[in-house]
Write a protein that binds this ligand. Structure first.
Ligand SMILES: Cc1cc2nc3c(=O)[nH]c(=O)nc-3n(C[C@H](O)[C@H](O)[C@H](O)COP(=O)(O)OP(=O)(O)OC[C@H]3O[C@@H](n4cnc5c(N)ncnc54)[C@H](O)[C@@H]3O)c2cc1C
Length: 533
């Protein structure tokens, strides 16, 4: 039986003795259902902004996305209703005490009353949709809720894995020590999230095993992710080199993933510090400061240690080692490089950007380089930083488009020009002046010996310097290295020797180039692991 709201009347939602908010239902209905309201299907919902950061959550119009089945008792004065709209479920993840109002249609069904009640209790208690360990009468802790898998980390890989597994009917708990999911997604791509790259192919990834990423990348492609983005109505555009960005905000990608999660039984347990992870009797047990979780499968999606202030840790490596997995030495990657004192001339150029080809070993990238007060940055430098090791040289070609011998040719056609004047139209004037001065070529070209010009040309082609380091994990976009692929199955990212354990995303020794490749790996590896849960 469906009762539709006519006149608004607020019922306060009280969960674990804490007011959670208010739902508005028809007075007539309220009378009838004083002890038996079952499900509230939201038709409109809003929250105060202070409580809800997510734009999707504060949208006023919703529809029900799922129903919960189950049974238990209800008590007078406690919450007897549940809002099952997407936004309300997101909202419960963001805050434990929110205020809000909903106009609703309510379905009477004794069977469903209690399961929904429990869901709300969990929401109030722990900002998730399902309880971790429930307290019975007298406060005794009952067995943890049954999950099919626990995902550690609510970043791109963890959310994708949870969403896909949830939609396959698996009950998933996603645990993260940060209060908000997808922190790196939010700040990625300058706030617009370079969410994939059309050219994502295994040869654009660094790994001790260059073939490892093939399976996951081949089965979940940039086109698959783009299909999801479009299904959610997110406008996007292609920048250079196959890089796809949101037109609007990176938050849309987080909201999209949360929406996908809410289409299945996925519980987000945010802001919970993990105390211990153990394995025994074919089950994994995760203890947090908020509860205890058990499942036959554990997915490690806690990323790498780049940008600790965003919650990044080396947790995955410690856990991996404990479960017998090897770790390839983690290094900061896609990171600005620092220069020693003798290269101080570059520091005076701080802020100057120029298109170059940067090389390190066999890696070469034709993109912009940016001079900084500490050394060099910009896409070309970030790219080669992933390949660089201490003691190695980096070479910059400042004039990649000039043919060999062009300086001697210029001597004949413009003998009265200086090298600086010749370079000025080809690069920022400050850089032209600095390079000409550094090469000691201040004379007119016509008066400069061919051998000297040939030497200048060689230097401009491969301006070699030896960085004394990088700006480290504090500034690195990603981490090269991580859990060794040698111990993982490439099809589903499962541990070879420990059934049920999976490692996905940046935690694995698979690191993409700059330009959307790393998110594509997060999506693809998360998707691949989800197929096995
Ligand atoms: C500034 C910046 C910009 C970027 N821009 C782009 C871009 O535009 N395109 C692109 O492809 N890539 C980009 N990247 C890289 C991309 O963000 C990562 O490769 C990707 O987020 C990895 O996803 P992940 O889920 O494996 O790990 P993460 O996104 O790092 O998620 C790991 C999650 O685990 C949680 N966690 C960590 N330790 C613990 C612990 N001990 N207990 C509980 N939870 C824990 C974290 O809080 C986090 O939520 C960028 C990175 C940065 C830093």
């Amino acid at each position: 039986m469906i009762a539709r709201t006519a006149t608004a009347f607020p019922i306060e939602l009280v969960v674990n003795s804490r007011p959670l908010g208010a739902i508005t239902v028809a007075p007539a209905f309220r009378q009838r259902s004083a002890s038996r309201i079952s499900a509230v299907t939201t038709t409109a919902f809003s929250f105060t902004r202070s409580a809800i950061q997510s734009s999707a959550a504060s949208k006023p119009s919703l529809t029900t996305t799922r129903e919960t089945k189950g049974c238990c008792g209800t008590r007078k004065g406690e919450l007897l209703t549940s809002v099952t709209g997407t936004a309300s479920r997101q909202a419960t993840r963001y805050t434990s005490s929110f205020t809000g109002q909903a106009s609703a249609s309510i379905r009477m069904c004794g069977e469903r009353v209690t399961a929904l009640l429990m869901a709300w209790q969990a929401a109030g208690a722990k900002r998730g949709f399902f309880p971790a360990a429930r307290r019975g009468r007298g406060g005794a802790v009952k067995a943890p809720a049954p999950y099919d898998a626990i995902v550690l980390g609510a970043g791109g890989a963890g959310l994708m894995c949870a969403a896909v597994a949830g939609q396959r009917g698996r009950r998933i708990a996603v645990i993260d020590h940060r209060p908000e999911p997808g922190a790196k997604i939010v700040i990625s791509g300058g706030g617009r999230c370079n969410f994939t790259n059309r050219d994502a192919a295994p040869d654009r990834y660094l790994s001790a095993n260059p073939h490892f990423a093939k399976s996951a990348l081949g089965r979940y492609t940039p086109g698959d992710f783009l299909e999801m983005v479009e299904r959610h109505g997110i406008a996007w555009h292609e920048k250079t080199l196959g890089q796809l960005f949101c037109d609007g905000s990176a938050r849309q990608i987080v909201a999209m993933l949360l929406n996908e999660c809410s289409a299945g039984p996925v519980a987000l347990r945010l802001g919970e510090a993990i105390r211990d992870v153990t394995h025994g009797d074919t089950r994994f047990r995760v203890e947090t400061d908020g509860g205890c979780y058990e499942a036959p499968a554990l997915v490690v999606a806690t990323g790498g240690p780049s940008i600790p202030k965003l919650g990044a840790t080396g947790f995955a490596y410690d856990l991996g080692r404990r479960f017998g997995l090897k770790v390839v030495e983690p290094r900061p990657a896609l990171v600005p490089m620092t220069l020693p004192g003798e290269e101080a001339l570059f520091r005076t150029l701080s802020g100057v950007a120029v298109p170059v080809v940067a090389r390190c070993g066999t890696a070469a990238f034709a993109e912009a380089a940016l001079f900084t007060h500490r050394g060099l940055s910009g896409p070309a430098i970030l790219q080669v930083s992933s390949y660089w090791r201490h003691g190695q040289d980096v070479a910059i070609d400042f004039l990649p488009d000039r043919p060999t011998g062009w300086l001697r040719e210029a001597k004949r056609s413009r003998p009265d020009a200086t090298l600086r004047r010749l370079l000025s139209p080809l690069m920022p004037d400050r850089l032209a002046a600095t390079l000409a001065e550094r090469m000691g070529a201040s004379d007119l070209l016509g008066r400069t010996r061919d051998m000297v010009l040939a030497d200048c040309e060689t230097r401009l082609r491969a301006w070699t310097f030896r960085p004394n380091g990088t700006e480290g994990f504090a500034k690195a976009e990603v981490t090269v290295g991580g859990i060794s692929t040698a111990g993982l199955n490439q099809r589903d990212l499962s541990a070879r020797h420990l059934p049920g354990l999976h490692v996905i995303g940046e935690a694995v020794d698979v690191t993409g180039w700059l330009g959307g490749y790393n998110f594509q790996w997060a999506w693809a590896s998360g998707w691949a692991a989800a197929q096995a849960l």
